[in-house]
Write a protein that binds this ligand. Structure first.
Ligand code: NAD
Length: 468
């Protein structure tokens, strides 16, 4: 049984065999450069002093700053943070986000603490990072992860800015902030939308679809989604809006199925009102949630948690494509079974990179101190208006109101963020598919993704000239 970090190393080694890099350089790419393990005291509401265990791991500085979320969980340990930091390096490399990988963790159960205690823990953790020069817009930029969100990111940026008076780029010390604190529009749906763009691009690959016996394109594909949280909800929404049929959605208390499609928004409202997906109109309820994963479908999107498909249930999975929206939903045993069955697994390492991609856009916004679209929106609208008016005069025909609105519209921040995300996911998918399809001995898309990451990090190290 391998630890999480060891299993990441194993996948790396498997892919490294297909690359040309020197053994020593591969060792450097794999290694975690800096591991900061800390303990600090925090006085709780009842006057007790609790010693908090926390970590920040910077896996790679081949590009700076480093980037990765902060997790609040009782399960946090050094091995897990190291593994997640390494995955961040590879993820960023694949989607051409110019950061090294990092990850942070605080070993607490946030549900066991009051808001005031959480604020004190977060602020003290930030102060510890500042003391050791482990945070900053050009050093290391955290983000939300399990158990953290906009609120914690606000505390971090405020603590950092107050300890670094006059630092003009202080807002870029963390991403996932609320809009009012320098956040960016489009962050919330970023991961789900990125998953959709990635899967759609795979479905547009004629060779891959022919191999699976599926038609090209996303329209009409039957999809099962596990998890109606942030990622699962947005995946289901974008698949449905673009013509796929989400035939089932699974939550932990059960799943609902309807061949003509489930509307995720209505299901979300129903679950909020009743506390369960059960009794959702026009649908069949499946009491054993994991059975939904085994439904006959074209695309399965596990978007809940890790290790949900293992050596036991993998043989019964009928989907031809599995899009890993969650982190680590498949065990290595499941991977081997899918390679043998010919199921196409689109790996988490790049497929759920939408969050970090949009975080990159947020960081750029913070460094430029200007909202996306502010300079050009009105100019574009006025130019488009002139062009359209001229065309109408020359042709003697009038555009419909709908067409006029579409043509004249200048890009808002949300338009630009979505467009940047689409470009990122399409390019990354094409790069990985090219690597995979050009070498028949590469067993799966996960290995191809690792090869893509290793090559990019390898090139960066070489260009840095640190190996004369
Ligand atoms: P979330 O907490 O918003 O949603 C998870 C959902 O899964 C919840 O609704 C939960 O009830 C449901 N769930 C739990 N156990 C289940 C089970 N056994 N069967 C079916 N559903 C179950 O979390 P999220 O942000 O949507 O993240 C989901 C996954 O995606 C995680 O693995 C996370 O690491 C990964 N991820 C998230 C982001 C992001 O931007 N949020 C980015 C990258 C990766």
């Amino acid at each position: 049984m391998y630890s999480f970090f060891e299993s990441v190393e194993k996948s790396f080694d498997k892919a490294a065999e297909f690359t040309k890099w020197d053994k020593g350089l591969l060792e450097q790419i794999k290694a975690c450069n800096s591991v900061y393990s800390m303990k600090f005291p925090v006085k709780m509401d009842d006057g007790r002093i609790e010693v908090i265990e926390a970590y920040r791991v910077q896996h790679s500085q081949h590009k700076t700053p480093c980037k990765g979320g902060i997790r609040f969980s009782k399960e946090v340990n050094q091995d897990e943070v190291m593994a997640l930091a390494s995955l961040m390096t590879y993820k960023c490399a694949i989607v051409n986000v110019p950061f090294g990988g990092a990850k942070g963790g605080i070993k607490i159960n946030p549900r066991n603490h009051s808001t005031y205690e959480l604020e004190k823990i977060t602020r003290r953790y930030t102060a510890e990072l500042v003391k050791k020069n482990f945070i900053g817009p050009g050093i290391d930029v955290p983000a939300p992860d399990y158990g953290t969100g906009e609120r914690e990111m606000s505390w971090i940026v405020d603590t950092y800015a107050s300890l670094k008076p006059g630092e003009i780029d202080a807002a870029g010390c963390v991403t996932g902030k609320p809009i009012t604190q320098g956040g960016v529009y489009g962050r919330k749906e970023a991961t789900g939308l990125g998953v959709f763009f990635g899967v759609r691009e795979v479905c547009n690959n004629e060779k891959a679809m022919a191999k699976l016996g599926l038609s090209k394109g996303i329209v009409g594909k039957r999809v099962v989604v596990q998890g109606l949280g942030n990622v699962g909800y947005h995946c289901a929404k974008f698949f449905r809006e673009h013509g796929a049929i989400v035939i089932a959605i699974a939550e932990f208390e059960g799943a609902v199925y309807h061949e003509a499609g489930i509307n995720e928004e209505e299901l979300f409202k129903h679950r909020k009102a009743t506390g369960s997906v059960k009794d959702f109109a026009n649908s069949t309820y499946i009491a054993s949630s994991s059975e939904a994963l085994e439904l006959d479908c074209d695309i399965l999107i596990p978007a809940a948690l890790e290790n949900v498909i293992d050596g036991n249930n993998a043989p019964r999975i009928k989907a031809k494509i599995i899009g890993e929206a969650a982190n680590g939903p498949l065990t290595p045993e499941a991977d081997e079974i899918f390679i043998a069955k010919g199921t196409l697994v689109i790996p988490d390492m790049y497929l759920n990179a939408g969050g970090v991609t949009v975080s990159y856009f947020e960081w750029l916004k913070n460094l430029s101190h200007v909202r996306y679209g502010r300079l050009e929106k009105r100019f574009t609208e006025s130019m488009n208006h002139h062009i359209l008016t001229e065309i109408e005069a020359l042709t003697g025909k009038q555009a419909s109101i709908k067409a006029r609105n579409l043509i004249e519209h200048g890009a808002d921040e949300i338009d630009l963020v979505h467009s940047g995300l689409e470009e990122t996911m399409i390019s990354a998918t094409q790069e990985i598919m090219d690597i995979w399809q050009q070498n028949p001995s590469i067993p799966d898309m996960r290995t191809a993704a690792y090869i893509c990451a290793i090559d990019k990090v390898g090139i960066s190290y070489t260009e840095l000239g640190i190996f004369p």
